[in-house]
Design a protein around this ligand. Structure first.
Ligand code: ATP
Length: 456
């Protein structure tokens, strides 16, 4: 398994991910996605939209606001209950999430859903020590609401208080009626959304695994009550297949099905897809059957009927919902860790290669003039032709061997080299990242040759 520090270094030096605001000394736990990282992120989002929305007959895509009427968060339970259990070490004043301290103390214990009293007694009884100073002396656990507050307009009073959304899902629930009316979709159907969410996490960290600003890809799949557990099973394997089809290694993945006593009060089935991060298996993707909890909460709080009228039976009811929710940055981290490899070669040397699925690779192809002085013009023409179809990069500095290695290390799937024979034969050399094998391909066939190989 790759060390996290090595990946952080790699991400920084190649242009995948930079420390946020570094010019000003940084801002803790914020990250900027560079020329490669921004493309990887975009490709992950496109691959998700392709499978979860485009290639399904019923699912649709929306883009709702980050700023919502604050009543939305009262109805959804976030104002009252979206909090983490915060405790503080009396000795060194470091703050921690009590549930995480418990799991770090004993990985078999999951404190999700425990009362504050139960967590307090566990810390005391098991003499759980502070990860910072080693003492076991805790302040009483308090609830800490994780929603970011801000003010709308020019007056900073309590009436102007609004929140940055902590999840994208509620934007879907409050628009359910309008989406259903305008699409005339019948149940079951899903509504997908990709967008930023904000949580004032007590302990962000592990690089981009947990940050306060992040992007989510969520789908709310609305179905008839009684069918939700079938759909839960369906989407559970759909999500796992999506990861595996994009090249993620099966033995780095597992389901963590929540036991009955671990379920949130609104859920009748929940699982996490976990990925084996350098610190162990941890949540990548949450999939929950949420009953009609959210629609019912908005129906009551907004005093508006949100029921669905079944055109076949004339029954009226609130649909049940299955929700797969995943963070884009967590996927970036998992895909990078999974693909990062130092390969030993037959000649005794090693090469750094990022074996990322071609659909996710920032560049599908690099265009390389063998000799800058002789082949630059032709190479530029080929670059212009290819870049209309796929993400391509032009690289003319250093020896061809060094350029191949550089492209391998950032995950570029193919290299196209323009050489002495190109002009006469109207062909180029295509070198493959994974096998290092080379083909000679006619320039006129190049686009279809590449497109066939990066299909997803
Ligand atoms: P946790 O218990 O780890 O705080 P959660 O169970 O509250 O997370 P969900 O609300 O289910 O998380 O969010 C769905 C997904 O969104 C997560 O599986 C994860 O991929 C992503 N996610 C949630 N919080 C963060 C964060 N702070 N940073 C990055 N990604 C996040």
């Amino acid at each position: 398994m790759v060390k996290l520090d090595d990946l952080v270094q790699f991400a920084k030096t190649t242009g995948y991910i930079f420390q946020g605001s570094e010019l000003y000394g940084g801002l803790a736990n914020t990250y900027d996605y560079g020329p490669l990282g921004s493309k990887l992120k975009r490709n992950i989002k496109e691959a998700w939209i392709k499978k979860f929305q485009k290639e399904t007959p019923y699912n649709v895509l929306v883009d709702t606001s980050i700023l919502l009427n604050p009543e939305v968060w009262v109805a959804s339970g976030h104002v009252g209950g979206f909090s983490d259990p915060l405790t503080e070490c009396k000795n060194c004043n470091q703050r921690f999430r009590a549930d995480q301290l418990i799991t770090q103390h004993d990985s078999q214990v999951n404190a999700d859903g425990w009362s504050l009293e139960k967590m307090s007694s566990y810390l005391a009884e098991h003499k759980v020590t502070c990860p910072n100073c080693g003492q076991s002396n805790w302040l009483p656990i308090k609830k800490f609401n994780m929603m970011f507050e801000t003010h709308q307009g020019v007056v900073m009073d309590s009436a102007s208080k609004i929140y940055l959304r902590p999840e994208t899902a509620q934007g879907i629930f409050i628009n359910f009626k309008q989406i259903q009316r305008t699409t005339r979709n019948r149940l079951p159907f899903g509504v997908c959304q990709v967008g930023k969410s904000f949580r004032n996490e007590i302990t962000p960290g592990n690089f981009i695994f947990r940050t306060r600003e992040f992007e989510q890809m969520e789908m709310e799949f609305f179905c008839k009550p009684g069918t939700e557990l079938e759909w839960f099973k369906y989407w559970k394997s759909f999500c796992m297949d999506w990861l595996v089809n994009l090249g993620m290694k099966k033995d780095h993945l597992r389901f963590d099905d929540h036991r009955l006593e671990e379920l949130s009060h609104y859920s009748n089935a929940t699982t996490d897809i976990q990925f084996e991060f350098p610190w162990g298996f941890d949540e990548l993707w949450g999939i929950a059957s949420r009953t009609d909890y959210d629609l019912r909460a908005h129906q009551n709080h907004a005093a508006q009927n949100l029921e669905y009228l079944d055109p076949q039976t004339n029954e009226k009811f609130l649909p049940y919902v299955v929700e797969p929710a995943v963070g884009v940055e967590r996927l970036v981290l998992a895909f990078l860790l999974d693909a990062y490899e130092t390969e030993a070669l037959d000649d005794g040397t090693t090469r750094q290669v990022l074996r990322i699925h071609p659909a996710l690779a920032p560049y599908k192809v690099a265009v390389l003039p063998l000799v800058k002085k002789l082949h630059k013009e032709q190479a530029e023409a080929i670059y212009m032709m290819l870049s209309k179809h796929v993400d391509a990069v032009f690289d003319e500095t250093q020896s061809i061997g060094k350029r191949y290695r550089r492209q391998d290390s950032i995950g570029t799937y193919l290299c196209v080299t323009i050489d002495h024979d190109t002009e006469e034969t109207e062909t180029v050399t295509v070198r493959h990242r994974d096998t290092m094998a080379q083909d000679r391909v006619k320039i006129k066939d190049l686009v279809s040759y590449i497109e066939e190989r990066i299909q997803y």
